[in-house]
Design a protein around this ligand. Structure first.
Ligand code: PEP
Length: 249
C-alpha cells in the first residue's frame, strides 16, 4: 500500500453471542492499533447496540447489509435510518454471500449503495469473481460489470471503499497471492480512471478480502494497490485482527 489511508474492516458475519462479543470487544479495546488506519467492525445487527456502547471510539461500526430505501413495511429488513440511529457509520454491500446465497443482483446492490450514501453512510462495496469465472478467464468481465452497477447508481465515490473479494478465497483458507490481488486492484483502478475519473481512481481505497489472516496480511499489504483488508474469520480474534490492522506499510 502507498496512499490513500489504509482501511481494515472486520466482517463478523452471522457469528457471536453476547458473551463472545463482549470478550472480543475487550480484546479489541486493549489492542495497540496503528494510528494511521481506519478500523471498522461489522457485527450482526442484533449486537450493534452492545458493540457501540462498549467498543473504543477508535473503531467505527459497519452493518453487514441495509434496506434499499426508506424503512416501512419491509418485514425482516433494517433501514439505513435505523442504522444511523444506533451509531453505524458504514455498510457492507454486495458481499458474495448475499450475491450467491441470498441471490442479490447487481442493480439492486447498486441501488442500496446509492441510498446508503445519500443518507451519509460509507459503503464497503464488494466485488469478486467465482472460481469457475476465474478459470474461464472472465475475472475482469465480472468485476467490471459489478463495478458498472455501482457506478451507474452512486452519485459520488467519496464515501465508497471497494472490497475485492474473489469468491474462491472467502472462508476457504485459499488466499489470493499478492500478485493475483494486485493485478485485479490495478484493473479496478484503471477501470475507475476510464469510467469515472482519475481523481476517484487515485483516492478510492481498494481493499482485499478472502482468507486474510495474521500470517499473510503483511505480504499482501506490501502491494502498492492494496489499501487495506476486509477480514472475515480472522476478525473474530482480537489479537489477530490487530496484527492485520498493523500490517499497514
Ligand atoms: C469476508 O467474508 O469478507 C471474508 C473475507 O471472509 P474470510 O476472511 O473468512 O475469507
Amino acid at each position: 500500500a502507498a496512499s490513500p489511508k489504509f482501511f481494515v474492516g472486520g466482517n463478523w458475519k452471522c457469528n457471536g453471542t453476547k458473551d463472545s462479543i463482549s470478550k472480543l470487544i475487550t480484546e479489541l479495546n486493549s489492542a495497540k492499533l496503528e494510528p494511521d488506519v481506519d478500523v471498522v467492525v461489522a457485527p450482526p445487527f442484533l449486537y450493534i447496540d452492545q458493540v457501540k456502547s462498549s467498543i473504543s471510539d477508535r473503531i467505527e461500526i459497519s452493518a453487514q447489509n441495509s434496506w434499499v430505501g426508506k424503512g416501512g413495511a419491509f418485514t425482516g429488513e433494517i433501514s439505513v435510518e435505523q442504522l444511523k440511529d444506533v451509531g453505524v457509520k458504514w455498510v457492507i454491500l454486495g458481499h458474495s454471500e448475499r450475491r450467491h446465497i441470498i441471490g442479490e443482483k447487481d442493480e439492486f446492490i447498486g441501488k442500496k449503495a446509492a441510498y446508503a450514501l445519500s443518507e451519509g453512510l460509507g459503503v464497503i462495496a464488494c466485488i469478486g469473481e467465482l472460481l469457475q469465472e476465474r478459470e474461464a478467464g472472465k475475472t475482469f468481465d465480472v468485476i467490471f460489470q459489478q463495478l458498472k452497477a455501482y457506478a451507474d447508481a452512486v452519485p459520488s465515490w467519496d464515501n465508497v471503499v471497494i472490497a475485492y473479494e474473489p469468491v474462491w478465497a472467502i472462508g476457504t483458507g485459499k488466499v489470493a497471492s499478492p500478485q493475483q490481488a494486485q493485478e485485479v486492484h490495478v484493473a479496478v483502478r484503471d477501470w475507475l480512471t476510464k469510467n469515472v475519473s482519475a481523481e476517484v481512481a487515485s483516492k478510492t481505497r481498494i481493499i482485499y478480502g478472502g482468507s486474510v489472516n495474521g500470517g499473510n496480511s503483511a505480504e499482501l499489504a506490501k502491494e502498492v494497490d492494496i489499501d487495506g483488508f476486509l477480514v472475515g474469520g480472522a476478525s473474530l480474534k482480537g489479537p489477530e485482527f490487530a496484527t492485520i490492522v498493523n500490517s499497514v506499510t
